[in-house]
Design a protein around this ligand. Structure first.
Ligand code: ME8
Length: 648
């Protein structure tokens, strides 16, 4: 059976970063692995180019929208080409064929009665371009995905009968426990569906940059909702709606996605497919989130890791190895140069690189570079057995996308090789005149390297081809069948010298991420000022009640919260105090609270302080907090109180 593997199609309103690279590397690895096993595999990637946000970004750039999307799309394509990603097709959602396919799907769904025209008034999150039913909003107001405030939007819209598919979706999840991988992610999807699905608005009239409606509907006021358009790419790339030329690859084996877009792939997409009477993909593989040095990457922090920069400094294959080795699939991962360099030096350079160098050196000295496997089985059955056992475990790990376990298991082979050299010390055997034994150990290691490089090939294609060339064979399905599946040994050959594959790295080769400001001075100054004032008052003895009431304290609700760029301590909050407008409060609490965790929580605010400027931003109030050696906590009403309630 053929295989079909996809990445998400990436939005063209930003440049690729290591998160995008990670999804693409896993997909590319899986494709190469399947091909190595002789599977007929098709690999799709591309760019998502429609929607309001992209229309806006294009406007800001001063280019026409098409020109803008073409240029941005090319940055992704060029990067993947530089990285030798082995995709079969790079789709753009502005491709004519894709648009035809989306229109066709719309017509099919409409004819089936799954799409109807209605009128939508609902809570819309502009950032996620999604309407949410009241029941799904966080605290009745905020977007359940990004936490931003939603607004009521009213527009004519076509709807997809998502509700109709609720039961079928639940049945599908139950009957196919590996539909969502890792399985631990399935619950969030199932609970969401069980919470009730509302019909999905699948057209927009508020912007024009989208796939037009099919002519048969004669309604050009509307354009397609970007997620209907985008998800359809997985079948339009195969010719859906046009010539179906490659539809033999459908259904997909795996759609690789980040956890951020799992819901779209595990709920909307299967429902659309059910409506189109198309089979469902076998797996949706949802991976975790990458951070840098423990911090969320963001443009404003200036700490986004560019995969190109890393690849230029350390080599793209080392980056592939690091990312796939570092995190268990599905969990979040952190990129730090220290961790990266450690893995290159200890795992690639020490374990693998040295092993190759050692047998090149020894065979040069003892046998004029000739390597003969004839006596390997005689002297090394134990090593061969352990090696074969590890090799036979690999497929299970790869099928479950557990690339870190796959690599861990594969590294057992190098440990066997290194240990065999230490234990059997060929240089001693040569001195003792036991040439056969010495040659057998060198040949054992050559075989270990050959088999390991075949299995490492999907992750590090070029490097392993160099190793294979040195060992006088080619990595392909035939050598996989013979050396790995068939457990055969290498035929007599002359090993070639190769330059060191993984030179040790002593110092970071890239600039470190910009550090947050070491100290948020204004905040400290303000605190000092307050502290001296407080001390002075205490010295001046007790205060009158009236003096206390000079301070206006009120209960407020945090409506918006965000980190202040380049500041280690500050968060910028918009607080509702029951006044006409929200108050901006800049508070030094970032080390103790994340911005998101504060949204829609109550706080106590000193409201009649003179506004102060902190890092260039006005702060119109101060939060009450208590701090001791264990940290800081906000002082809040014991039970929720109406906003604006005076405290005192
Ligand atoms: O969502 N860590 O496009 P997008 C890990 N166009 N992965 C990350 C990441 C991070 N920090 N940041 C991004 C879209 N990704 C839609 C997809 S598909 C029909 C439409 C990866 O450009 C991850 O794979 O925002 C995530 O799902 C994808 O980039 C989102 O890319």
């Amino acid at each position: 059976m053929s295989k079909y593997i996809t990445t998400p199609i990436y939005y063209v309103n930003g440049e690729a970063h290591i998160g995008h690279a990670y999804t693409t590397f896993i997909a590319d690895t899986m494709v190469r692995y399947e091909k190595l096993k002789g599977e007929d595999t098709y690999f799709l990637t591309g760019t998502d180019e429609h929607g309001e946000k992209i229309e806006e970004s294009a406007k800001k750039s001063g280019k026409s929208t098409q020109e803008f999307t073409d240029e941005m799309s090319a940055t992704f394509k060029n990067l993947w080409d530089d990285f030798e990603i082995c995709y079969d097709k790079f789709i753009k959602t502005t491709d004519e064929d894709h648009k035809i396919g989306v229109q066709k799907a719309f017509e099919v769904m409409y004819a089936k009665g799954d799409i109807y025209k209605g009128f939508y008034e609902g809570n819309y999150c502009i950032s996620c371009e999604t309407f949410f039913p009241e029941t799904q909003l966080t605290d009745g107001e905020f977007c359940p995905d990004c936490g931003r405030t939603t607004s009521i939007v009213k527009e004519e819209s076509y709807f997809f009968k998502l509700s109709k598919y609720e039961d079928r979706l639940l049945k599908h999840y139950e009957e196919n426990p590996d539909f969502i991988l890792p399985r631990s992610r399935a619950n969030e999807v199932i609970n969401f569906v069980k919470g009730g699905l509302r019909d999905l608005s699948v057209t927009r009239t508020s912007f024009a940059w989208g796939v037009k409606m099919p002519e048969s509907l004669n309604d050009d006021k509307h354009v397609m909702y970007v997620w209907l358009d985008a998800l359809m790419n997985y079948v339009t790339a195969l010719g859906y709606g046009k010539d179906d030329a490659l539809m033999n690859y459908w259904p997909a084996t795996t759609h690789f996605v980040g956890k951020d877009i799992l819901r779209f792939h595990a709920i909307y997409w299967p429902a659309f497919l059910m409506s189109l009477d198309l089979a469902l993909p076998a797996h949706i593989g949802a991976h975790g989130w990458w951070t840098r040095d423990g911090e969320k990457m963001s443009k404003s922090k200036g700490n986004v890791v560019s995969p190109k920069e890393v690849a230029d400094a350390y080599g793209v294959e080392n980056l592939r190895y690091f990312m796939l080795r570092e995190v268990p699939f599905g969990q979040d991962g952190d990129f730090s140069q220290r961790a990266f360099i450690d893995r290159i030096n200890s795992e690639l350079s020490n374990d693998l690189g040295n092993l190759l160098n050692r047998i090149i050196g020894m065979s040069g000295k003892y046998s004029d570079f000739e390597i003969d496997s004839v006596d390997v089985e005689k002297y090394h059955t134990k090593e061969l057995d352990t090696m074969n056992e590890a090799l036979s475990n690999l497929d299970g790990f790869m099928q479950n996308m557990q690339t870190h376990r796959y690599l861990e298991e594969l590294w057992k082979l190098f440990a066997i090789g290194n240990k065999a050299i230490e234990e059997h010390a060929p240089w001693v055997k040569i001195k003792e005149g036991k040439k056969d034994e010495a040659f057998a150990t060198v040949a054992l290691v050559a075989n270990i390297l050959a088999k390991a490089s075949i299995m490492l090939n999907p992750i590090m294609p070029k490097t392993t081809n160099i190793i294979a060339d040195a060992l006088n064979f080619t990595i392909d399905n035939a050598s996989y069948e013979e050396l790995v599946v068939g457990k055969k040994l290498l035929k007599l050959f002359n090993i070639k010298k190769v330059p060191p594959l993984f030179p040790r790295i002593e110092e970071p080769l890239m600039e470190e991420a910009p550090k947050a400001m070491p100290d948020d001075k204004p905040n400290d100054e303000m605190k000092e000022e307050l502290a001296t004032k407080k001390e002075k008052r205490e010295e001046d003895n007790l205060i009158e009640i009236g003096q206390f009431f000079e301070t206006s304290l009120k209960v407020g609700v945090v409506v918006e919260a965000e980190e202040v760029p380049k500041s280690k301590k500050l968060l910028k909050l918009q607080v509702d105090l029951g006044e006409d407008t929200l108050r901006q409060v800049v508070a030094g609490i970032k080390e103790f609270y994340s911005a998101e965790s504060l949204i829609n929580t109550q706080v106590c605010v000193v409201t009649n302080l003179k506004p102060a400027k902190l890092m260039g931003m006005m702060s119109e109030g101060m939060l009450l907090a208590a701090k001791d050696e264990d940290g800081l906590c906000l002082v809040r009403p014991e039970k929720p109180k109406k906003v604006g309630t005076p405290i005192g």
